[in-house]
Design a protein around this ligand. Structure first.
Ligand code: IPD
Ligand code: CA
Ligand code: CA
Length: 286
């Protein structure tokens, strides 16, 4: 009889101590994510109807989805599934399969839907590949900026060919920090209260409207930090890897990885005081 506590787990092809093969696979996943994000970005930029309307609402009347969110997710999952039929998916607009290959794609086909609906430029396509539960490649395509952010675990982060490095940390009271507000009224009320207490203790606050872009802006040194409560894996997965690979620290409450409770990303030096302050203010709960 096997003893699950003491017998070694059966070897899986993903456990191989074969850094080179894993590296090759991660590179392949990145290339696919880049192509899928490019195509979806083009569809969203060039195919946006002038009379774009809300197709449905989700967690609240202001949490909207358009036909373009749905079309972009279909394009991305179709392209990736053609290339790698055994992979799993988690997509904001409903894609959800476990797959059998150990690889799962985490997709936000349009991050910043409200900006997109209003014709504001800050929106993105976010695609991450997870291998055995860990993000190994991430792409954030920001069509209206003409920017493509990418990272592979352990390989650094880039915008196009430019290596990314987060900003040298100023003292917290000189830090420019972005945030976002949830679609659910009760959470928003609490977030407004936290922001009220935070604003006098920082240089300023920004609200860009796309979590994926906020995380890339931390990576690119355009923000000192970013925090938000209530994010989903698809908002976070690619941008979190890009921020970390650019030298930023990311987390939730002290000692915990970014989660739905709270996501914090910042230059080292801003991260710890910002995280402490957010924890003191109870930014992760009502
Ligand atoms: C939203 C954006 C926004 C953030 C919200 C997200 P969506 O994603 O990232 O900046 O504040 O929490 O839900 O709905 O546009 O994909
Ligand atoms: Ca999103
Ligand atoms: Ca979305």
């Amino acid at each position: 009889m096997t003893d699950p506590l003491h017998d070694p787990l059966p070897a899986s092809p993903h456990d191989e101590p074969n850094g080179e093969l894993d590296g090759e696979l991660d590179g392949e996943l990145l290339s696919l994510a880049l192509e899928a994000a490019r195509r979806a970005g083009e569809l969203l930029r060039d195919g946006r109807p002038d009379d774009l309307a809300v197709a449905a609402t989700k967690s609240s009347p202001i949490d909207v989805v358009t036909e373009m969110d749905i079309a972009a997710e279909k394009l991305i999952t179709g392209f990736l599934a053609d290339a790698r039929p055994d992979d799993g998916f988690l997509g904001e607009e409903g894609a959800s399969t476990a797959g059998t290959s150990g690889v799962r794609w985490i997709v936000d086909p349009l991050d910043g839907t409200v900006n997109y609906l209003y014709g504001l430029p800050t929106w993105a396509v976010s695609i991450a590949a997870e291998r055995d539960g860990e993000t190994v490649a991430g792409v954030v395509e920001v069509p209206m900026r003409g920017e493509t952010y990418r990272a592979v675990r352990g390989g650094g982060a880039f915008c196009g060919d430019r290596p990314l490095r987060c900003r040298p940390a100023p003292p917290l009271d000189q830090a420019l920090v972005s945030t976002g507000f949830n679609y659910v009224e009760q959470v928003r009320r609490h977030q407004a209260e936290v922001a009220r207490l935070l604003i006098p203790r920082l240089r300023d606050i920004r609200r860009g409207g796309s979590a994926a872009v906020d995380l890339c802006d931390v990576a690119a040194g355009r923000l000192d930090g970013y925090y938000e409560r209530g994010l989903h894996p698809w908002d976070l997965a690619a941008g979190d890897l890009i921020a970390r690979e650019a030298g930023a620290l990311t987390g939730s409450r002290p000692g915990e990885p970014p989660s739905r409770d709270l996501a914090v990303a910042a230059s080292p030096g801003v991260f710890a005081p910002l995280q402490r302050l957010l924890d003191d203010l109870g930014a992760w709960h009502d």
